[in-house]
Design a protein around this ligand. Structure first.
Ligand code: PFF
Length: 445
């Protein structure tokens, strides 16, 4: 059987499509708002450069050398204790868990595309009422759009790497970049742009506590799609002589650039037309629609294309969250792609329904523990715990377990003189930083 492989540019677009997602346009701006701007952005950027980039190359290396699903790739590359190392591959379960809320949020976005066509809220108060009533009492709307997201995502994944995932990214990624650039240029012309700029880049160190630090590191992983085998699974379908380092540079660059552009643009709109930056997870669903309303007719147009761009970003990431487990079911259990896609899709679809219920009045109490509902718990467990843990395991695996000669033979031709710097960062900087993050989470520090 001929195995479908990404073209070289197809791989970069698909990996960037995975990285650029709701994390960049929805989550990054609101956590930046919550943690006070500049100082948080700086920690995030340093983490991306120092840790994210090294782990990205390590993750691509495992996939590229292993050539199979995550479990088999770890198993094959481990020189000994193979039956133990294969468990590291189960980090891909995190993708399905993330999907349980990711699909629900994509559903909200689809709903906002439709409603922004007709009506925008005339005040933050009205916007807040609309959003919270959807969240707390409108099961049907959330269920309906979550179902659409499930069908679309499952269909694309069932079409495979080449005619499903690569094709989707070939169209949606350029479209996303064009829409965001257009809106960014408009934001540049507004007076409040400089205010947004200093909010994002002038660090206020007093706001930086250990929680902000842990969140920044966790977010760096989430936004780069690291620590759960998404990039690894895509890399298993790279063409043989694809330049890993070149691809990693592109993915990290596009992901970071789009997060910064989205943040600057949203904060400019919020300063110019709205209520300022800090609104938590409701930022794009509450403050932003109210700001779009203030723009007049242009606002309706902007709102619709903004939510379309957000949906595109979400879909290209969603397929990468499901694909690792689909590949696992195909490789290890001989499932057909269709059967694997439907069974994995059904998991996130059904648990996603519980996630919706966990926000609804009447259900919330029974689906909350220790002040967090199911949605918050899954978000916390995946982004803050599982992904950094997956990253730690990968840095140890490539840094200490796989023989250096093997790593060098594959990566030195691309990293050239930078190889020792990368290897040092993978062996010492990344594991120590990730270990500190994990200890901090466990409340030890
Ligand atoms: N990187 C995606 C985002 O920023 O929204 C989310 C994501 C996709 C996380 C794939 C992890 C992953 F493996």
């Amino acid at each position: 059987m001929k195995i479908a492989r990404f073209s070289k540019i197809g791989f970069i677009l698909a990996a960037a499509g995975s990285a650029v997602g709701l994390g960049n346009i929805w989550k990054f701006p609101y956590i930046t708002g919550e943690y006070g701007g500049g100082a948080f952005v700086l920690v995030y950027l340093i983490t991306v450069a120092l840790i994210g980039f090294s782990i990205m190359i390590a993750e691509m290396f495992i996939g590229y050398k292993g050539r199979r699903d995550t479990v088999t790739s770890f198993e094959e590359l481990a020189p000994k204790n193979k039956s133990l190392w294969k468990y590291a591959g189960f980090q891909s379960l995190a993708g399905l868990l993330i999907m349980t809320f990711y699909s629900v949020v994509i559903g909200w976005i689809l709903n906002y595309i439709v409603t922004s066509l007709i009506h925008l809220p005339s005040s933050v108060k009205e916007a807040e009422a609309t959003f919270t009533s959807m969240l707390h009492s409108d099961f049907f709307t959330q269920f309906f759009y979550h179902s659409i997201a499930f069908v679309v995502i499952t269909y694309i994944v069932s079409k495979g790497i080449k005619s499903g995932i690569e094709k989707l990214n070939d169209y949606l990624m350029p479209a996303l970049i064009i829409i965001l650039s257009g809106m960014f240029l408009y934001a540049l012309s507004l007076d409040s742009f400089s205010k947004a700029f200093s909010f994002m880049f002038a660090p206020d160190w007093s706001k930086l506590n250990s929680e902000a630090f842990v969140t920044a590191v966790g977010h760096a992983f989430f936004t780069l799609s690291l620590g759960m085998g998404a990039i690894m699974t895509y890399a298993a379908s790279m063409e043989k002589d694809t330049n890993i380092v070149h691809s990693a540079v592109w993915v990290v660059f596009l992901d970071t650039a789009i997060a910064l552009v989205a943040g600057l643009m949203l904060f400019t709109f919020l300063y110019q037309y709205g209520s300022g930056p800090d609104k938590g997870p409701g930022l794009v669903f509450i403050s932003l629609p109210a700001a779009f309303y203030e723009m007049g007719t242009l606002g309706n147009f902007f709102a619709v294309i903004f939510f379309i761009a957000l949906a595109f970003a979400g879909l290209t990431s969603a397929v990468s969250l499901v694909e690792p487990m689909v590949q696992y079911m195909i490789d290890r259990f001989g499932f057909s792609r269709l059967k694997a896609s439907i069974s994995m899709g059904s998991f996130f679809y059904l648990v996603g329904i519980l996630v919706i219920l966990s926000g609804l009045d009447g259900w919330k109490e029974s689906l909350s523990w220790g002040g967090k509902n199911l949605f918050d718990w899954i978000d916390f467990l995946t982004a803050a715990v599982m992904l950094p843990l997956g990253g730690l395991v990968m840095s140890i695996f490539v840094g200490y377990v796989v023989p250096k000669s093997e790593v060098e033979a594959t990566l030195k031709p691309y990293l050239k003189g930078y190889f020792p710097i990368w290897y040092f960062s993978l062996r010492y900087i990344a594991p120590v930083a990730l270990f500190v993050v994990i200890l901090n989470l466990l409340g030890v520090m």
